[in-house]
Design a protein. Structure first.
Length: 227
């Protein structure tokens, strides 16, 4: 884990460090900005156990079986730490509770991004669908989340069976006859809401929901036929 090199005192309280950050960010001089960076790095370094705790207990919203696996937690903590460092220019608080709230939210978003990339990798989406749909944060979809949660739970309980399910899901997705169906489900995997998908594909949100529902039924039928 990178270690901060603050220019200020290490015996300051967290509240005092947050005040230094706020003052430095409001300033216009390079020295003030540097002091804000130093205080921010020290704050995050002190809170690394808090970051680790959030990563360890994290569960993806709407997907209780999706979490950061034990072997991946050090990498996820490092990713969250680096994201916290980059968050400084956007921090607008001036009190310790505001800082803690911003830290918790940032780490949770980092965990969501980390889990989303892992799910995308495990499901094995490839080719043009994968390459043309960059991931963004979006809303979850209940029926799809349930399917992924079931697959994820099986994979952790029975690795061989779980990997077979993931392979079947990937093959089922690629075998869909309707191009829009494939794109809707691919974008859903990326975390986009129905409204966002509709905007991208020039459809209505209702069309997106129908395509997703039909596509998941077809994929589920494919998976069940290969049990």
């Amino acid at each position: 884990m990178p270690q901060p090199r603050p220019t200020g005192s290490h015996d300051q309280t967290s509240a005092e460090l947050v005040a230094r950050v706020a003052t430095g960010l409001r300033g216009s001089g390079e020295e003030q900005r540097a002091d804000a960076v130093a205080a921010w790095r020290l704050l995050i370094a002190r809170d690394i156990d808090r970051v680790r705790g959030i990563v360890t207990t994290f569960r993806f919203p709407g997907r209780p079986h999706v979490r950061v696996e034990r072997q991946d937690q050090p990498d996820a903590v490092q990713y969250a730490y680096e994201r916290l460092l980059r968050m400084l220019p956007n921090f607008r608080g001036s009190t310790e509770p505001e800082y803690v709230g911003a830290l918790v939210q940032c780490v949770r978003y980092a965990c969501m991004d980390y889990c989303r990339r892992q799910m995308k990798h495990e499901i094995g989406l490839g080719g043009s669908i994968d390459e043309t749909l960059p991931g963004e944060e979006g809303e979850s979809v209940g029926r799809f989340n349930t399917a992924l949660g079931r697959i994820g739970a099986q994979r952790h309980e029975d690795d061989v069976r779980g990997r077979a399910d993931l392979d079947a899901f990937r093959v089922g997705l690629q075998s869909l006859s309707n191009e829009n169906m494939r794109r809707v489900i691919a974008l859903t995997i990326e975390g986009h809401s129905s409204a966002e998908i509709a905007d991208r594909l020039d459809l209505t949100a209702a069309n997106v929901d129908q395509l997703r529902s039909r596509g998941l039924r077809e994929i589920r039928g494919h998976m069940e036929s290969h049990d």
